[in-house]
Design a protein. Structure first.
Length: 125
């Protein structure tokens, strides 16, 4: 289980990513395709085509960290907006930390019901 600060934002790249990419390749995707700065300190998620692997890129102040998770069995269920393959799909999708925890734990997102709560809207990037 990851313990993340409440202020941390999580961005995911829609569609599949080549899992052979390492630090430089993922930084290139963050900056060119997602339009974000890797030094922002946010988490950036990349999933493969079969959705059984995820790489998480994170800048820790003086360097980068990659978390790589490979499932022996099953797949990660992603929100619909991450799997849509339309041309008008956004370059990156921000997801809540709670959704990231559900994805990593293997909980079926379509069965989750959330009660209405107030929350502050994130500031524009």
């Amino acid at each position: 289980m990851l313990m993340l600060p409440a202020t941390l934002r999580v961005f995911a790249k829609p569609g599949p990513t080549d899992m052979r990419k390492s630090f430089s390749g993922l930084v290139g995707l963050v900056e060119k395709e997602l339009g974000q700065q890797v030094e922002s300190g946010h988490l950036f998620l990349f999933f493969n085509r079969r959705r059984d692997r995820v790489k998480v890129l994170y800048f820790v102040g003086d360097g980068l960290v990659i978390f790589y998770r490979y499932l022996e069995q099953g797949t990660f269920e992603l929100p619909r907006r991450l799997t849509s393959s339309t041309d008008d799909a956004p370059p990156s999708v921000e997801i809540r930390q709670q959704d990231l925890a559900l994805i990593l734990e293997g909980i079926e997102l379509s069965s989750v019901r959330r009660r209405k709560r107030w929350h502050r809207e994130p500031e524009p990037v």
